[in-house]
Design a protein around this ligand. Structure first.
Ligand SMILES: [Fe+2]
Length: 416
């Protein structure tokens, strides 16, 4: 832990004062970013009204290298993309049935009471029927992670980033680290938990931690309109406040794979499909109307929230993602503001496996070692609460169930 993290409120106060004094032409910079954001939100709303602001491509076009430059430019501007039909329908229906069986066989709902309180992030969720299941090692999850189509989709997504500069390679776009995340199984009518709009991977750190200020150097020192969210320089070496609610891996995109049909109103994902929103949020917190010591509500060790009080300009661009079919995937840049609808007002379960794009780099390799040990023993991922539902459960995936590619992606075998 860095020294400043021992006194976060003090550092927030000092950093905010320092930035208010030292950022060149703060008012002019903010005005430029504010005008640019308003233009983007206007464009998003127009695109949404005309059929959808979230870009969509077919997996076959990704695999065959047929996605044209205009579409790529649009994806990079919107910071998100739906990749359709990554897996075929029969395969995904089998995975879905197996996931449902896994939850039942592990007696998840009965055992939840004993585990109550372990998961502090979601501890306010006092429901007996959760929508997020702390399960990491089912066979369908491992199969979906190690599937060659998933690798092809993620290599393509990673290559939207500038991953090499000045002869330095920040990550390997073609090798994946299989970051183990959980399962969502949300039943119709569920209103237990929406997630309010937020961006993962750092909150107050984005202002206070020098490694983050480097990522956003254009915002604080250079040309804020030139900030490139797809420049990987600095991204793989950021230092976060240790927290069970924060992802320890570097992800180019967060994402999930749909196991069932789900659309707007079904308790699904909402996004502000604008890749460049962080610069505006950073300078918003330095404006004169924000009290000293408050970075527009940013809380250490949590996701960075976007609130109606401070960020309405941005939230005006919040849209639901389009209808998803089984085997479709959604991906959003790790800076992109996202939320989950409060209520599942549709019919049927909306089930997903969370699978993001985490390319191989030193940071992910270090985490892979810890994660591999948890996998072999059947414990929860070390990035989440130690609920250990799968410990001692024979039906979970074992190293022998993985393909050679899957074992490499888990750090169980070396890449060569
Ligand atoms: Fe999130």
């Amino acid at each position: 832990m860095e020294d400043w993290m021992k006194d976060v409120p003090g550092t927030v106060l000092q950093t905010q004062r320092m930035l208010r004094q030292t950022v060149p032409d703060l008012a002019g910079r903010y005005a430029a970013l504010d005008a640019a954001l308003r233009d983007e939100v206007r464009a998003v709303r127009a695109e949404q009204a005309a059929g959808g602001a979230v870009p969509q491509v077919a997996f076959a076009d990704v695999a065959e290298g047929r996605v044209d430059a205009d579409t790529v430019a649009r994806i990079k501007r919107r910071g998100c993309v739906v990749i359709r039909q990554v897996f075929d329908r029969g395969q995904v229906d089998d995975w879905n049935a197996e996931v449902v069986r896994y939850i039942d066989d592990i007696r998840y709902l009965e055992r939840m009471k004993d585990k109550a309180g372990l998961d502090k992030y979601f501890s306010t969720l006092a429901s007996s029927r959760p929508q997020i299941f702390s399960l990491y090692w089912s066979k369908p999850q491992m199969q979906a992670r190690q599937h060659p189509h998933q690798a092809a989709a993620r290599a393509w997504l990673n290559r939207l980033w500038t991953f090499e500069k000045h002869g330095v390679r920040y990550f390997d776009p073609d090798r994946q680290f299989n970051y183990a995340d959980r399962i969502r199984r949300r039943e119709a009518g569920d209103a237990t938990l929406g997630l309010s709009p937020h961006s993962d991977g750092g909150s107050v750190e984005r202002w206070c931690e020098p490694t983050f200020r480097f990522v956003y150097r254009e915002v604080f020192e250079g040309d804020p309109l030139a900030f490139d969210p797809f420049d990987a320089e600095g991204r793989t070496v950021t230092r976060e406040i240790p927290s069970p609610a924060v992802c320890s891996a570097f992800r180019t995109f967060q994402g999930w794979t749909a196991l069932t049909r789900q659309g707007p109103g079904d308790g699904t994902l909402r996004l502000v499909p604008v890749a460049k929103t962080t610069p505006w949020m950073l300078l918003r917190a330095l404006q004169p109307d924000v009290p000293e010591g408050d970075l527009c509500g940013a809380q250490p060790g949590r996701a960075l929230g976007a609130s109606a009080q401070w960020h309405q300009t941005l939230l005006d661009g919040l849209v639901s993602i389009p209808q998803m079919e089984p085997g479709d995937t959604i991906w959003w840049h790790s800076d992109v503001i996202h939320a989950v609808e409060d209520k599942h007002g549709g019919s049927g379960y909306s089930n997903v496996i969370y699978i993001g794009a985490a390319p191989w780099c030193a940071k992910n390799e270090a985490f892979a070692k810890k994660q591999a040990a948890a996998f072999v023993e059947g414990r929860s991922s070390p990035d989440f609460a130690p609920e250990d539902y799968e410990l001692g459960f024979a039906g979970r995936a074992m190293p022998d169930d993985l393909t050679p590619l899957g074992r490499r992606q888990m750090g169980l075998e070396p890449w060569n």
